[in-house]
Every structure is written in structure tokens, then in C-alpha cells.
Design a protein around this ligand. Structure first.
Ligand SMILES: [Zn+2]
Length: 64
């Protein structure tokens, strides 16, 4: 099995820096928490991957 990760860019909801996240498109719906690589605060992601492989990435603060 080959992993074909897609790099997605987002703006951190805490520090507003542009950061990238590697998304695994083999799962069509994912919720995960990753620390921002700039400010190290926990960012919540809601990821949807369409049948065409388009990635929709929503970000929010953990305390929202
Ligand atoms: Zn940040």
C-alpha cells in the first residue's frame, strides 16, 4: 500500500500563521488535533475528502 499524503495549507486559528498539514486522502472523513508548528497550541481539524480526492480542511481552536 502506498501512502499518498496531500499537503494542505491553513491559517492557525491562534497565531494566524500559514502552516501546512499532511492529509491522508485514503480516509474520507477525519477529525484530529495537531499542535501548530509555529505557536505549538492544539488546532482541531475536520477533514473531508471527496470522491475526486479534493480535500476540505476546517480548522478551529480547541477551546471553541
Ligand atoms: Zn499557531
Amino acid at each position: 500500500m502506498t501512502l499518498n499524503l496531500i499537503e494542505q495549507f491553513y491559517h492557525c486559528p491562534y497565531c494566524a500563521e500559514r502552516v501546512s498539514l499532511l492529509v491522508d486522502p485514503s480516509e474520507d472523513s477525519q477529525d484530529l488535533i495537531e499542535d501548530c508548528e509555529v505557536c505549538c497550541r492544539p488546532v482541531c481539524f475536520a477533514i473531508q475528502v471527496s470522491d475526486q480526492g479534493d480535500v476540505d480542511l476546517q480548522v478551529r481552536r480547541e477551546d471553541d
